[in-house]
Design a protein around this ligand. Structure first.
Ligand code: MN
Length: 200
């Protein structure tokens, strides 16, 4: 059994003007496809074959650097595509909206913390909203293709929302203006999906 590149749940140009079609096409069909095929190569013949991606990531110290980088890349992008939508934006309702107000004080305070984590992640990496086993929410960042499912990374919670801040995620349209890309991301967040992730 091997991992497969998921289809995007919308067209490459669906997130314009916030994220441009060319960036989405290269990001999905080249970058994510590359992580997927290299992950399959890296697990071939190891005991990771047949395991779920989450199980692999939770035990990542048992595996090679190639499994870490490409397994993280595979998982992170699968989550990333799903938490965006052309009908996204606004503020979350439901259980997630309540939990954000409970744990951050307000949606705006959460937005500030998440944006700061994304803006201050040095070099390539991700910012996350995570849910801990006790239900508490926390924001963190991680370098490269690491994520908080991996032991010792970030806040150690379960990612329910993530933003890719590698330059390949925004450079064609935003060049060095990462803060503008982060600002635009708020217009495409699929809160229904993040709520679903939160309910687990
Ligand atoms: Mn990426």
């Amino acid at each position: 059994m091997s991992f497969e590149l998921p289809k995007l749940p919308y067209a490459y140009d669906a997130l314009e003007p916030h994220i441009d079609a060319r960036t989405m096409e290269i990001h999905h069909s080249k970058h994510h496809a590359g992580y997927t095929s290299k992950l399959n190569d890296a697990i071939a013949g190891t005991d990771a074959e047949g395991k779920s991606i989450e199980e692999i990531l939770k035990n990542i110290n048992n595996y090679s650097g190639a499994v870490r980088n490409n397994g993280g890349g595979y998982y992170n992008h699968c989550l990333f595509w799903e938490v965006m939508s052309p009908n996204g934006g606004g503020e979350p309702g439901g259980d997630l909206g309540d939990a954000i107000r409970r744990d951050f004080g307000s949606f705006n305070e959460f937005k500030t913390q998440f944006s700061n984590a994304a803006a201050t992640q040095f070099g390539s990496g991700w910012a996350w909203l995570c849910k801990h086993d006790n239900g508490k929410l926390e924001v963190c960042g991680s370098p490269n293709q690491d994520n908080p499912l991996m032991p010792g990374v970030g806040c150690g919670g379960h990612p329910i929302l993530g933003i890719d801040v590698w330059e390949h995620a925004y450079y064609l349209n935003y060049q060095n203006r990462r803060p503008d890309y982060i600002q635009a991301f708020w217009n495409v967040i699929n809160w229904d999906k993040v709520n679903e992730n939160f309910r687990g």
